[in-house]
Design a protein around this ligand. Structure first.
Ligand code: DMJ
Length: 629
């Protein structure tokens, strides 16, 4: 026989209040109200009754009154996590607060007029203006970087900002000009857009016809990708028309075709579907890298660009050649979806067993999901195999490569340098920090998390991947904040049960994670790389969590403090664990093409280059999705 419940239905309706903890005052007033008052009042005098009423009334006011929360300062409203504790209302009651007149409530407004008029609206506006100011600082940084390049290295691939020289590290196509061009367009800096655009129009075609050896991948992602984005943002093929500065869009498209026609020889000269690594531009001949092998990430990270070029030029040859590579890679044996970092264009097979998501492996995984998104993200399309490869690979990452550090449990992605049967290495290149962004993008397909949930579009696996993305983004951020400069090293190792390096630590004893992160002397340089801020940008767009903006701001401030060169430009560093850090005299093209672009977008309006309408190529050049065939 079931026991009687210890409370009546009325108690249930009352939210089981009597089983909750009650203060002395609550117990006293409640017993007055429920027992004594009822029983005694029939016989009490009017005076006693009024006294009881007064006590009851006072107690009621004290119980129901809560003091107003503290005023949210601008900085607190930005949400730095630490300030959250300050916002907790303590509910302490003073006589003064009881006597204080209640605040006047603001007039009720229709929902759409609220954001600019009520108190919350003011806080939001202040937060908005903080980020507008910060975004402006990124724009200033870009102008400073460009001015150094323009003064000392115009037309060279890269600037050496300390010695005031230019250097051609990428084959001599003026890579910084083209990498920076669409960033200038997005930032609305017409002067730089015009300078870069005019240089492209005046010099690039000639350079392409005269220059020697270039790397297929580097030239595709930086130069071809930059030209194609510029074409779209300048309004080509009904593109965004962000600017009227610089040449007409077809100038960019014609040069892109000229370049791609020559790069195609890397595919057509190969005995297999795996392209050769290098091309001599002037005679369109292709050559393998020394040693004969191509990098896995390189051969699989040209398809977004070649597909888009086919779409806007109407010539399918670019897409056909580039997609043959991915079609072929689908057939190759893998380790739970993971692939070795080298592949042979002669045999068409992977070479060696080294598996990692850092250098030579990284953007293979990035383009699996992005090429599928570019083609319209359909599970019925002829690119759906890429989505399956991506899903399988991410399962492999979670099963074989993801571990937690000790003592504080940072989630990281390690390596299998000798394949499945060799040991695990707790080494993580900064390059791996592209992965949080890619995982988040793969989970929601570019929608905000909120919208994806409303659409019921997140599988269990998507949610798991999004969680991993957030954990990894934190680790990437901690790789910055652990060092004395606040800038990440090129490579970090993580302390695990099996792995520790005596005498080496993270580089800044004040960080909570100094014992989790190990930085070896040879890995302490910083090349102004974008991967972490790229992921912060994607995660902010998708989760709308302001902490990602705050983290981006910390990183930007560290770049400003330690890498800015007064005479113009920004420089790579030799050692991020030492203050002041020694400098390397090189501004990589991706600082203008990627790092500053992602920071600018992170601090700005989410409707600019939306993630459900564009994919960013691996060099941060936005390419529209859902291409015309
Ligand atoms: C860039 O050229 C690209 O982001 C590439 O995918 C990796 N290396 C650099 C930036 O670090």
């Amino acid at each position: 026989m079931s026991k009687r419940l210890p409370y009546t239905n009325k108690d249930v309706d009352y939210d089981n209040a009597k089983f909750r903890h009650r203060s002395f005052i609550q117990a006293f007033t409640q017993s007055l109200a429920t027992s004594n008052l009822k029983r005694d009042c029939t016989s009490c005098s009017t005076g006693k009754f009024l006294l009881l009423l007064l006590v009851f009334g006072l107690a009621y006011v004290m119980l129901t009154h809560t003091s107003p929360g503290p005023i949210v300062s601008d900085n607190q409203a930005i949400g730095d996590g630490k300030s959250e504790n300050n916002l907790i209302t303590k509910g302490r009651i003073t006589l003064k607060s009881l006597l204080r007149r209640p605040p006047r409530l603001p007039p009720r407004l229709p929902p759409d007029s609220k954001s600019s008029s009520n108190k919350i609206g003011h806080v939001n506006q202040d937060v908005g203006s903080v980020w507008t100011t910060r975004q402006k600082k990124v724009k200033d940084a870009f102008i400073h970087a460009w001015s150094g390049y323009k003064s000392y290295a115009m037309g060279f691939d890269e600037l050496m900002p300390l010695s005031h020289h230019g250097v051609d590290g990428l084959g001599g196509l003026g890579a910084t000009v083209v990498d920076a061009l669409d960033t200038a367009m997005i930032m609305g800096i017409d002067e730089v857009t015009a300078e870069a655009g005019s240089w492209v129009e005046a010099h690039l075609a000639k350079r392409i016809s005269e220059k020697g050896q270039v790397n297929l991948f580097e030239t595709t992602i930086r130069v071809l990708g930059g030209l194609l984005s510029a074409y779209h943002l300048r309004g080509g093929e009904k593109g965004m028309n962000l600017t009227n500065a610089g040449p007409e869009p077809d100038v960019y498209l014609d040069i892109a075709k000229n370049l791609a026609d020559r790069l195609l020889s890397a595919f057509t000269s190969s005995p297999t579907s795996i392209p050769l690594s290098d091309v001599i531009l002037r005679d369109s001949s292709a050559h393998p890298a020394p040693g004969g092998l191509s990098s896995t990430s390189e051969v699989s990270t040209v398809q977004l660009e070649f597909n888009y070029l086919s779409s806007v030029s109407g010539d399918q040859k670019y897409s056909v050649e580039a997609m043959k590579t991915l079609d072929h890679m689908k057939t190759l044996p893998k380790v739970e979806g993971l692939v070795p970092i080298y592949i042979s264009p002669h045999s068409g097979q992977f070479s060696g067993e080294n598996i990692r998501l850092g250098s030579r492996g990284d953007s293979y995984y990035e383009y699996l999901i992005k090429v599928w998104l570019q083609s319209g993200a359909s599970h019925e399309s002829n690119t759906s195999y890429l989505y399956k490869m991506y899903v399988e690979a991410m399962k492999g990452v979670k099963h074989l490569l993801v571990r937690k550090s000790i003592p504080n449990g940072l989630v990281f992605v390690g390596e299998l340098p000798n394949g499945l049967n060799g040991g695990f290495s707790p080494k993580m290149d900064h390059l791996v920090c592209f992965l949080p962004g890619t995982l988040a993008l793969g989970a929601t397909k570019g929608l905000t998390k909120e919208k994806a949930m409303l659409n019921n579009a997140l599988s269990f696996e998507d949610i798991e991947n999004l969680k991993l993305a957030e954990d990894l983004a934190k680790t990437c951020f901690e790789m910055y904040s652990v060092t004395s400069t606040g800038l990440a090293p090129e490579i970090a190792y993580f302390h695990t049960e099996e792995f520790s390096e005596q005498g080496l630590e993270g580089g800044n004893k004040s960080s909570e994670y100094v014992n989790d992160i190990i930085i070896k002397p040879a890995d302490r340089h910083n090349l102004l790389r974008p991967e972490t801020v790229e992921s912060l940008f994607v995660l902010y767009r998708i989760t709308e969590d302001p902490k990602y903006r705050e983290w981006g701001w910390q990183i930007f401030k560290a770049f400003e403090k330690y890498t800015r060169v007064e005479t113009g430009g920004y420089t790579s560093l030799d050692d991020v664990t030492y203050v002041p850090p020694s400098k390397r005299d090189k501004m990589e093209t991706f600082f203008l093409g990627e790092t500053l672009k992602y920071l600018y977008l992170l601090f700005g309006d989410s409707s600019v280059v939306p993630l459900d309408k564009f994919v960013f190529n691996t060099e941060a050049h936005p390419i529209p999705i859902n291409l015309k065939k």
